[in-house]
Design a protein around this ligand. Structure first.
Ligand code: URA
Length: 239
């Protein structure tokens, strides 16, 4: 950890705003190495022991959560019209994190919520080519030759999609539906839906299962989240 101002240290480790921290400082509620400190600009390093209202503060430079995004929520921090993924978190987390990339309002699945802009850039920038794996239910029958079309790169009008992987999971000839797994390395607007349309199919259900080597935790119901483990965070940072 680098040297950090006391007010930032307490704010980051408790989720309290800087002004709330300032009030606690003035009330003598914050101690550093056993001494009451009233000024937020004191410099704190790893070896210092900071207590806020008697509780030890553990500083995290960044926070990382995995959310199983439910349908009906948009991938934004705030919106005048729709519910946002940030609303699924308590205020102290919500005010800190933002979604890494976008899933459509009707798409479910793995969404990383963090305050680490550098990681978000790595995961979402097409130049890094991080793989995103989607499970999709389609109206329409997918055939083996469609996989070649996906791997050749589909022209979608405003851009040509980079080569993608199409795995056929099941076909229901009678119902005229298919289940597939699609792996892409970019995340343009409605990309998977548009790629499916290109082969004459309509996505009726879409769920992101994986980003790079990180899989959605199957124990998370739509709308639930958990903090990434240190190991998972390290995996993502190496993508
Ligand atoms: N592709 C889509 O079409 N929608 C998503 O939400 C994600 C990828």
């Amino acid at each position: 950890m680098n040297i950090v101002r006391l007010d930032k240290y307490v704010s980051h480790s408790t989720g309290l705003s800087r002004s709330e921290v300032k009030k606690l400082l003035l009330c003598g509620q914050i101690t550093v190495n056993g001494s009451v400190i009233k000024s937020g600009d004191m410099k704190i390093s790893e070896s210092d022991s900071v207590l806020c209202r008697g509780k030890l503060c553990i500083y995290k430079k960044n926070v990382y959560y995995m959310l199983n995004k439910p349908q009906g929520y948009i991938s934004a921090t705030e919106d005048g019209l729709h519910k946002t993924v940030n609303e699924l978190f308590p205020e102290e987390i919500s005010k800190r994190v933002f979604p890494s990339g976008r899933l459509d309002i009707d798409t479910e699945g793995l969404l990383i919520m963090t305050d680490d802009g550098e990681l978000v850039h790595r995961l979402t920038s097409p130049s890094h080519g991080v793989k995103k794996v989607y499970y999709a239910k389609l109206e329409g029958i997918v055939r083996a030759e469609h996989a070649d079309i996906f791997s050749a790169g589909i022209p979608l009008g405003d851009f040509t999609a980079k080569p993608a992987l199409l795995d056929i999971l099941s076909i229901d000839d009678k119902a005229g539906t298919s289940e597939v797994r699609i792996t892409v390395t970019e995340g343009k607007f409605h990309q998977v839906k548009r790629m499916a349309e290109y082969i004459g199919c309509k996505v009726t259900y879409l769920k992101r299962e994986k980003i790079g080597s990180l899989c959605l935790d199957e124990a998370l119901e739509p709308g639930e989240y958990r903090e990434l483990t240190e190991q998972e965070t390290d995996i993502l940072k190496k993508e």
